[in-house]
Design a protein around this ligand. Structure first.
Ligand SMILES: NC(=O)c1ccc[n+]([C@@H]2O[C@H](COP(=O)([O-])OP(=O)(O)OC[C@H]3O[C@@H](n4cnc5c(N)ncnc54)[C@H](O)[C@@H]3O)[C@@H](O)[C@H]2O)c1
Ligand SMILES: O=C(O)C(=O)C[C@@H](O)[C@H](O)[C@H](O)COP(=O)(O)O
Ligand SMILES: [Zn+2]
Length: 366
């Protein structure tokens, strides 16, 4: 087992990564001071539960914990106020108290939802992340927790850091191929924003990553987590720098909302968004070759880079108005400067963005 750290002063925490470490959750919970006298809540979804819920529950029970569980339907639609209320009801009926913890066992949907419950139950209790998707190397680190509003992604949320992240890479073996690619979109994003060598490494090792070759996958997840942890440590609440983690997300979140939170996976939507950002970079005078380079990396990971013909440009433009980076009426975009380097550009012309979205629809995959 390897340990990375997210350095945030008194809110610092470890990310444990390894193979076959799920059973350590009870012991680690004790080590992190989670009380055996209070009930604990595991939140998971109905695709993850049959594989891993009993094991995690047993690991906690064998250390003396009493456990309540709540299983939500799998998929983005569970990041809703309605499901949030249902989980809250389980927490209240289960008599969780201020010394209880909420354990998120699953991907980013369960992590964001359970994290928002943890952030708000009795005004905040301990939160533990047990990620089970590749994408969750991103979502389990950094403390952004939220549910969606039908009009906009992650609109109702908080910053609430976990006490620890326990990442057992063996759980990834049961992921469907489409989810593998979706998760790799965030991995290559970490390279595209800050680490040129890592971005090219992702492309060169695409086949091994898609095939879940253990050493390759573990390296990719560790590097991705380390980049994310470093950014979060420098700017926990997105005062500035942290916005770079949003590469591709302005267009991507709009695509998810227009698709009704289910048609596109998060990683698919942000892959299209990252292709769009590279196109925008060319329009704003940056290196024209960035688009082809970016698209090549995304396609190597079996990710989409174009919008289906039935998606309406104006629907995407409308949905983008709710981006959280917008302030004082200004369109803010994360714009690639080179592979491995981005800048935060304020006042991006709306017409340039509309042209990008139109071209994302018209483009033939190259
Ligand atoms: N908080 C953050 O910083 C952050 C960062 C990135 C993404 N996100 C959010 O994360 C969400 C996407 O996360 P995701 O891609 O993990 O989605 P997800 O949680 O929906 O998981 C993807 C699918 O895989 C299934 N699954 C999960 N683990 C499995 C396993 N081990 N074996 C088999 N099936 C498994 C799930 O049931 C689901 O159907 C989005 O809502 C996105 O907005 C948040
Ligand atoms: O952690 C961050 O900061 C990110 O931007 C990571 C993103 O991958 C993630 O999708 C995040 O939830 C987006 O945040 P939002 O503030 O744009 O909702
Ligand atoms: Zn994301």
């Amino acid at each position: 087992m390897r340990t990375l750290r997210v350095e945030l002063g008194e809110r610092s925490y470890p990310i444990y990564i390894g193979s076959g470490i799920l059973d350590s959750i009870g012991e680690l919970s004790r080590k992190h001071g989670i009380s055996v006298k209070s009930p604990q809540l595991i939140v998971t979804d109905d695709k993850v539960a049959p594989h891993y819920l009993a094991q995690v529950e047993q690991a906690l029970v064998s250390e003396g914990y009493s456990v309540v569980t709540h299983t939500v339907p799998s998929g983005e639609s569970s990041k809703s106020l309605q499901v949030y209320e249902e989980v809250m009801t389980t927490a209240i009926r289960g008599k969780l108290d201020r010394s209880s913890a909420v354990f998120a066992l699953g991907g980013g949907v369960v992590g964001d939802l359970a994290g928002f419950v943890a952030a708000t139950y009795m005004r905040g209790v301990t939160f533990v992340q047990i990620p089970t998707t590749i994408l969750a190397h991103d979502s389990s680190v950094g403390g952004k927790v939220a549910v969606n509003h039908p009009l906009a992604k992650n609109m109702i949320g908080a910053f609430h850091q976990p006490a620890m992240v326990l990442y057992d890479v063996d759980t990834l073996k049961s992921l469907p191929p489409r989810e593998v690619s979706s998760g790799l979109a965030e991995m290559v994003k970490h390279g595209l924003i800050l680490d040129r060598d890592f971005a090219y490494w992702c492309r060169e090792h695409a086949e091994e990553l898609l095939a879940l070759v253990p050493e390759t996958l573990i390296y990719g997840l560790e590097r991705g987590c380390a980049i994310k942890a470093d950014v979060v440590s420098k700017d926990e609440r997105e005062g500035g720098l942290r916005a770079i983690l949003n590469l591709g997300h302005t267009i991507g979140h709009a695509i998810e909302a227009v698709g009704g939170y289910g048609r596109f996976l998060h990683g698919e939507a942000i892959a299209i968004g990252m292709a769009g950002s590279a196109k925008l970079a060319g329009m704003l005078g940056r290196d024209q070759s960035l688009y082809a380079e970016t698209v090549g990396m995304l396609q190597a990971l079996n990710l989409p880079v174009t919008l289906p013909a039935d998606i309406k440009v104006e629907d995407i433009m409308d949905a983008m108005q709710h981006d959280k980076k917008f302030a004082e009426g200004r369109m803010v975009f994360i714009v690639p400067e080179a592979i491995g380097s981005v800048s935060i550009v304020k006042d991006v012309p709306v017409d340039a963005v509309r042209t990008v979205v139109e071209q994302l629809k018209g483009e033939v995959n190259t």
